[in-house]
Design a protein around this ligand. Structure first.
Ligand code: 8YV
Length: 328
């Protein structure tokens, strides 16, 4: 039987590419070129499958131009780059990479919270710039983390991982808001109390965003929500760009409406709102919450395994949609 053809749209670990090459005819992008939508659509020609990252958009136009496409495996847990209803309508299976990045991403959320509350980036820039000539009692005094109130918006697997770290490791009082409430057992395990979004925003010392992006969650945090937060509060976004109105956040930070923010994701990334670059009280990282070699390998491997499973038996390991009578 002839091999199916797949496109690996971004550079990935050579050993994962090697595994895929044993099963498929592979066109890869190991040079990691940034392709336009038109170029991605063109490269998809003749491919039955594809491995993408969060940067490649699979939408109705690409699907229409590629009726031969059967499956796309995203190397990310978030899948707002996929138009899943359009994929289902076109008979294209979609998969993502849940679980393998949960703890690593929760670690990073906590690291960003610590860096933000304790002003680590801001003070390092000060030191590197040669401004440190003497110690003073209130120099870079930040916000307490241990024993403080953490509000988590979005209580999926990563949110729960952050709650466990906060409650068990740092004795924090954890509140959360989510579309659906956790079971009593999970709430007890995470030591997390379900509250309204309003209570969370008005009372938390630190707000952590872990909600998936969709049209409904666009600008979950905008000017109105920032105005509800305490002037001493911090905000951390490890979810997706677009969950926060970055322009409104830059204004709130400059005005001292909230104390500080930590951002790993941005509207229109890799572009960053220029006003965010001007304010000192924000820690900025380039979408690296899942970036450890072990986790990124596990993500790439799971995306590859999804393709292999689908093309060998018609079933992906971690599918996002189901197709009537699907078989490769
Ligand atoms: C990815 C992420 O690294 O999994 C996700 O949803 O945001 C990150 O872990 C990024 O999306 C690249 O695919």
């Amino acid at each position: 039987m002839s091999k199916s053809s797949i496109l690996v749209a971004r550079a990935i670990f050579p050993e994962v590419l090697q595994t895929l090459s044993q099963v498929f005819e592979v066109e890869s992008n190991q040079a990691d070129e940034v392709w336009s939508a038109a170029e991605l659509t063109r490269r998809m020609q003749g491919k039955q499958g594809a491995l993408t990252t969060g940067s490649e958009r699979i939408d109705a136009a690409l699907l229409q131009a590629n009726p031969q496409l059967k499956m796309v495996a995203n190397m990310a847990v978030g899948f707002n780059n996929f138009d899943v209803p359009a994929m289902t309508a076109a008979g294209v299976l979609a998969s993502n990479t849940p679980d393998v990045l949960t703890e690593t991403t929760a670690d990073f959320g906590f690291a960003l919270l610590m860096a933000t509350a304790r002003r680590i980036s801001e003070s390092e820039h000060y030191l590197r710039a040669g401004h440190w000539t003497k110690w003073s009692y209130d120099m870079f005094a930040g916000a307490e983390v241990h024993g403080s109130k953490l509000g988590i918006l979005g209580m999926g697997r990563i949110g729960q991982g952050i709650a466990r770290r906060a409650a068990h490791g740092f004795g924090m009082e954890v509140m959360y808001h989510n579309r659906s409430r956790l079971s009593a057992d999970l709430e007890a395990e995470c030591k997390a109390r379900y509250v309204s979004k309003e209570e969370l925003l008005t009372t938390a010392d630190h707000v952590m965003l872990v909600v998936p992006y969709s049209a409904a969650s666009h600008h979950t945090i905008g000017a109105a929500e920032l105005a509800m937060m305490q002037p001493t509060a911090t905000l951390v976004n490890i979810a997706r760009g677009g969950i926060v109105d970055d322009a409104a956040l830059a204004k709130a930070l400059a005005a001292g409406q909230i104390a500080a923010a930590g951002l790993d994701v941005f509207e229109g990334e890799p572009q960053v709102h220029p006003d965010l670059l001007k304010v000192p009280n924000v820690v900025l990282t380039p979408h690296i919450a899942s970036a450890t070699i072990k986790t990124r390998k596990a993500m790439a491997q799971l995306a590859a395994d999804n393709l292999i499973a689908f093309f060998s038996n018609g079933q992906a390991l971690t599918p996002l949609n189901s197709l009537p009578g699907a078989a490769a």
